[in-house]
Design a protein around this ligand. Structure first.
Ligand code: AMP
Length: 292
């Protein structure tokens, strides 16, 4: 077990799978519950809201930080993904997190690694369309983390709505004994959805990035005023995003929030989800239209 450098730190950092398993088993033997918050680090208030929920409801909280290579495509930002480990550890200490699980790539995927989890039907749309490796990588790493840490509860953010659906299906279909807790999307005060990738944005790009949340807000206003045609709302969103400097639309989806089938009419619970490239960052945002 590696205690972090400063002796006042309380978080215990574990990087080996066997040690993490031993520690988890000893927690379970004491009849204590484990909450897991899987992350890729570069922690912000969005992550912290998941951690808070775990600290409130579980005896021990494990946060994992692992930039998972199998969920990145060949031309994506795996190498440049921010990894400010020291400041992440400080945040975990301040919050009173019990354990940081921070394995190496080699520990999680040793030479000869062969096994991947595939979830069908809900991974071909939205983010899965332009990032075909994403959800297989996510499902695989999350299943590995569940097997290693054996949490009773695991916390995921609604910012990654489709990812949450993938994980809920993984748990249901493979009969896993873990409760998935959904945590609402956390925004900056001006509406920008918090993301580790916001770090890549210049001042001008950050201004453009505001267009995602503002456009979603505008779409919700129009729907509240009685527009139910998905095409009309899609056109409105598209127009606003195309007017945004430096924005390249990946997708605009107005769909069922469970099976991601595109809707023609905005009736029943509806997800509006966007992915837009601004400068070096591919940003996502979403909102739910409750039954109207
Ligand atoms: P990541 O480090 O980006 O893989 O995210 C780790 C977890 O934090 C995932 O469950 C995300 O959905 C969640 N998360 C990231 N950003 C936010 C946010 N702005 N609000 C709520 N949850 C978030």
């Amino acid at each position: 077990m590696i205690e972090t450098k400063n002796s006042t730190r309380r978080v215990t950092m574990i990087s080996s799978i066997s040690e993490m398993k031993e520690v988890s088993q000893s927690i379970q033997k004491q009849n204590l519950t484990i909450g897991l918050v899987p992350t890729m680090g570069c922690l912000h208030e969005g992550h912290l809201s998941l951690i808070k929920r775990s600290l409130e409801s579980c005896d021990k909280t494990v946060v994992s930080i692992f930039v998972n290579p199998t969920q990145f495509g060949p031309n994506e930002d795996l190498d440049s993904y921010p990894r400010p480990l020291e400041s992440d550890i400080e945040k975990l200490d301040e919050m009173g997190v019990d354990i940081l699980f921070h394995p190496s790539k080699e520990e999680m995927y040793p030479t000869g690694y062969k096994t991947f989890v595939e979830i069908k039907n809900i991974t071909e749309q939205l983010c899965g369309k332009s990032r075909p490796d994403l959800f297989q990588g996510v499902a695989t790493i999350v299943l590995k983390l569940f097997n290693i840490i054996q949490p009773q509860n695991a916390f995921f953010g609604e910012k990654d709505w489709q990812q949450l659906a993938v994980i809920e299906n993984l748990v249901k279909d493979l009969n896993l004994d873990v409760a998935i807790i959904r945590v609402p999307l956390v925004r900056e005060s001006d509406g920008l959805a918090m993301s580790s990738r916001n770090r890549y944005l210049s001042v001008q790009e950050r201004q453009s990035a505001l267009s995602l949340s503002r456009t979603l807000q505008k779409a919700q206003d129009q729907i509240r005023q009685g527009i139910t045609s998905a095409k009309t709302i899609n056109n409105l969103i598209q127009k606003r995003l195309l007017e945004t400097e430096g924005a390249k639309i990946d997708y605009i989806s107005i769909c069922d929030p469970v099976n991601f089938k595109e809707k023609e009419q905005i009736r029943g619970r509806t997800l509006i989800a966007l992915a837009v490239k601004i400068g070096p960052s591919r940003l996502i945002d979403n909102c739910i239209i409750e039954e109207i």
